[in-house]
Design a binder for this molecule. Sequence first.
Ligand SMILES: NC(=O)c1ccc[n+]([C@@H]2O[C@H](COP(=O)([O-])OP(=O)(O)OC[C@H]3O[C@@H](n4cnc5c(N)ncnc54)[C@H](O)[C@@H]3O)[C@@H](O)[C@H]2O)c1
Length: 355
Amino acid sequence: MSEKYRVVVVGMGKRGMHHAQAFQANSSFEVTGICDVDAARLAAAAAKLKPAVQGTDALDVALEARPDVFCFCTLPQLRASMIRIGIASGARLIAFEKPIALSSAEAMEIRKLLNDSGVLAVVSHQHRYGEHYRKVKEAIVNGALGRIHTVYGTATGWMMHLLSHLIDYMRWYNGEAEAEWVMAQAAGRGKLTDAHPSPDYIAGFIQFANGVRGIVESGAGAPDVPEVEYWWRKCRIGAMGADGFAEVLTGGGWRVITRTQVGAGPGSMNYDLDMPPYIQDIANWLDDPTQVHPCNFGSAYKGFEIMMALCRSAAHGGQVALPLTEGADELALLAARLPDRKVLCTPGATAKEYG
Ligand SMILES: NC(=O)c1ccc[n+]([C@@H]2O[C@H](COP(=O)([O-])OP(=O)(O)OC[C@H]3O[C@@H](n4cnc5c(N)ncnc54)[C@H](O)[C@@H]3O)[C@@H](O)[C@H]2O)c1
């Protein structure tokens, strides 16, 4: 490739700046357009990035800059509308943040928009690039754990922030297996109106088609991870097999324990380390269609579908079969069904986050 891929980034908050700076630092890309509705944020970002095009309207910026990559890092209430803008801009690839949508209905709409247009998409579950996350993957792939029977993930943070991360890495550890059904319970209405709207606590089971069982918990009732100080990184994700187990703590390294070996090491989620390879894999996919990005939309969709199925089960009871065939608004289902009782928090630092 001789010319650089042109990138537009919309939303110059925390994650937008991470993305823009990682694109700018990669020799395959140049950030040619940026957008934020907040003029002060836009000006601050423009001073750093010096894009050819800037503005407060995403469609105007995208149509003027005509990017190869349309990236948006807005809060979760803006997804399908930004996908439409990305497609209208003529971009070949859309890079955006988790969660992919706020409902299965919106996720299905986005899937159709992408399928119909042929535009590629990646979703930022970039923890996969962390060395400590990879140590666990290595132990699974090299057979050290034997046949995997269980994958699990817990996070004290709430669903729309963290559950799609947990499920994505559990699916990765489980070879991206399809899910057959889920069953869940949820509690607490406090975060239903948050910018990342969620039940305060959701916990459930996933039956994967390869026989592996998934167990997830996210929110106020999830167990503390006492090994980790930083609250948002109190996440534990792992796999158990016939011969041992391995797990990563988002802010506390990794450990592998098998019949023949005991290993452990450091590591904490680090945007500076995770973003460059995530962005490089975007260039690789654009250069060569066979080098599909590990964080491709199709994979993220399957994780999100599991998350929405868990919500449906929590709202209606019983098992929910996958794949979902009809769209729904799962947060509305939960708002209609969740009991009006304050969530019970696990000990530790969690209670102050849930009021
Ligand atoms: N992958 C990760 O590790 C990770 C970490 C943190 C956050 N996130 C996700 O990233 C997303 C963004 O989070 P953040 O912390 O960067 O948020 P933020 O609030 O810092 O930034 C969002 C920006 O979008 C701008 N914006 C809002 N509406 C807009 C519009 N219509 N057009 C242009 N700009 C608009 C806002 O003014 C703001 O500057 C969320 O979905 C969040 O869940 C992911």
